[in-house]
Design a protein around this ligand. Structure first.
Ligand SMILES: O=C(O)CCC(=O)C(=O)O
Ligand SMILES: [Fe+2]
Length: 337
């Protein structure tokens, strides 16, 4: 992964940011083939049915990942590392062409082994879960450009920028992490990231953003873009928790202030988040974990190819403790309705 600063911040040596903000781990070739055969064994041992019904088996199997990798992931989790990445994960040489959007991916079931690699690694960081309203309730999402969504406010976009956001900002049970495994990225399209600690805000704006004066709306990946359905489902502060290393909940498109002053603060915050943007270029075989309470993310625009070689990521949401979700929603389901 390379991390570059935005042009206006270019002077602030990217190197120090890498050292502070991103924990990185590279697998050896021998470890990568151990991961590949564990993924194949785990898939082979699964009876038919939905992946979401086999997550306990996947978690148990993840104990057989290479020891160095397990230590890295567990340590990243316990230290609340904001961004951490593993490179050198196995991507099959027989990987099919990039589907033209997630609906096509769902039809072909493309990238099953890679999906299992993501779940095995992810299970050591959190409990995988999904949403009935997103990508047909599938556990692992495909992030690839779709012809009908080029300018949408969803991860299937390409020609339009995907603005900075907390994943699933509207919901109290949103993930603690979003994990993205890169299968292809031929044009080195970057994922944008902003670490909460690096956002520079005037003290009065920061104080305001800590008040419960904000509404959080479901984004278009949940509603299909229906504005009616996009009414606020939750309210609260943008910054919360410890003063040092605070938690954050923001989305430039789907957070609004409950009054004019709060709305102005949203606009100011959007600019300040933008100014603190760093770029992460994922490479094939790399998984990045973004702490969804400590980092907001997005993506710049790019020209889609639609020739089977497009950028393609697999994505999963992870909760640090899925039982909190079960308790809150009153049902023991990994598919949130
Ligand atoms: O494509 C990317 O790099 C990130 C897209 C995104 O926001 C996501 O998949 O959650
Ligand atoms: Fe996202």
């Amino acid at each position: 992964m390379s991390i570059l600063t935005t042009p206006e911040n270019f002077q602030t040596a990217a190197r120090t940011r890498i050292a502070e903000g991103v924990r990185r781990f590279s697998l050896t070739a021998a470890e990568a083939s151990e991961v590949a055969s564990l993924a194949d064994r785990t898939l082979g041992a699964m009876s038919d049915g939905d992946l979401v019904d086999h997550l306990d088996e996947v978690r148990v199997a993840s104990e057989n990942l290479p020891a160095r990798l397990r230590s890295f992931l567990v340590e990243s989790r316990v230290t609340e590392s904001e961004i951490f990445s593993v490179t050198g994960l196995p991507i099959g040489s027989d990987l099919p062409p990039t589907p033209a959007g997630w609906t096509a991916a769902q039809l072909t079931g493309a990238g099953l082994r890679e999906q299992m690699v993501l779940l095995l690694c992810g299970s050591l960081v959190g409990d995988p879960f999904t949403w009935s309203t997103q990508q047909n309730g599938r556990l692992v999402h495909d992030v690839c450009p779709a012809p009908d969504a080029e300018r949408s406010l969803t991860s299937a976009s390409s020609l339009a920028t995907l603005s900075l956001h907390t994943e699933d900002v509207h919901h109290a049970c949103r993930g603690d992490y979003v994990a993205l495994l890169c299968l292809r990225n031929p044009d080195a399209v970057a994922t944008s990231v902003v670490r909460a600690d690096t956002v520079v805000l005037a003290p009065e704006i920061r104080r305001l953003l800590r008040e419960r004066r904000f509404e959080f709306h479901p984004d278009d990946s949940h509603t299909g873009g229906g504005r009616e359905a996009g009414s606020a489902v939750d309210e609260g502060p943008v910054f919360f928790g410890p003063e040092e290393r605070p938690y954050v909940r923001f989305d430039a498109d789907f957070v609004s202030g409950k009054d004019d002053v709060a709305q102005d603060a949203v606009h100011v915050a959007a600019k300040c988040f933008q100014a603190a943007t760093e770029q992460l270029v994922l490479e094939p075989g790399e998984v990045v974990f973004l702490d969804n309470y400590r980092v907001v993310h997005g993506r710049g625009s790019f020209v889609p190819r639609y020739d089977g070689t497009d950028r393609w990521l697999k994505r999963v949401n992870l909760a640090r403790d899925i039982r909190r979700t079960f308790r809150k929603l009153g049902t023991r389901s990994r598919v949130i309705k």
